[in-house]
Design a protein around this ligand. Structure first.
Ligand code: 5GP
Length: 195
């Protein structure tokens, strides 16, 4: 894995409401060998199919707290009773080696990094409209009407924060959205990156 043409990499932060398609975009970006994924640490229990070090670094609360004390996190937050955090060291290493360091994070975490002045490209992925967002969330099928309403409300709150990002990418056509993010990150046109 050798990044081409760049000496210094960059953080590429991607966030947006659930249903915006940000995870799909991130998965596709990761097909490029110049892109490295930021693996967060969490205290939540490991789910079936997840791998320690790939999906998350699974820590107990004491280990997590020790890392907080030691200043090892760029940011951390409590989400649904569990702790989650972005580790500083892997990001610094990857950026110094010239990689695009992809941080997929919720809006709360993104704004925390922004207000701390963390350098990088902040990209907000937006759905084409709230009707589309609602249809996408309904399409997942697993949620009650109440949960859906709550998620939609949260998505609207998050959408209001989009001006705090450097770029807003509207995910109407997936391929166009991926290309737009690649251009923002200075990655070559799709096709040349894949073998
Ligand atoms: P899950 O447990 O379903 O994987 O993630 C739950 C929530 O935690 C998601 O909203 C996700 O965005 C958030 N999360 C995951 N990693 C981090 C992190 O490093 N920092 C922050 N602030 N939130 C995170």
């Amino acid at each position: 894995m050798t990044p081409e043409s760049k000496t210094q990499g960059t953080m590429l932060l991607i966030s947006g409401p659930s249903g915006s398609g940000k995870s799909t975009i991130c998965k596709r970006l990761l097909e490029d060998s110049q892109v490295v994924f930021s693996v967060s640490a969490t205290t939540r229990t490991i789910r079936e199919g997840e791998v320690h070090g790939r999906d998350y670094f699974f820590l107990d609360k004491e280990e997590f707290r020790a890392k907080v004390e030691a200043g090892e996190f760029l940011e951390w937050a409590e989400v649904y009773g569990n702790l989650y955090g972005t580790l500083r060291e892997p990001m610094e290493n990857a950026i110094s080696e010239g990689f695009v360091y992809l941080v997929e994070i919720d809006v709360q975490g993104a704004l925390q990094l922004r207000s701390l002045g963390e350098p990088g490209l902040y990209v907000f992925i937006a759905p084409p409209s709230f009707e589309v967002l609602e249809a996408r969330l309904r399409g997942r099928g697993s949620e009650s009407e109440e949960t859906l309403k709550r998620r939609l409300g949260k998505a609207e709150d998050e959408y209001r924060e989009r001006h705090r990002y450097h770029h807003v990418v509207i995910n109407d056509d997936l391929e166009d959205a991926i290309q737009e993010v690649r251009t923002i990150a200075g990655l070559p046109e799709t096709g040349s990156a894949k073998s």
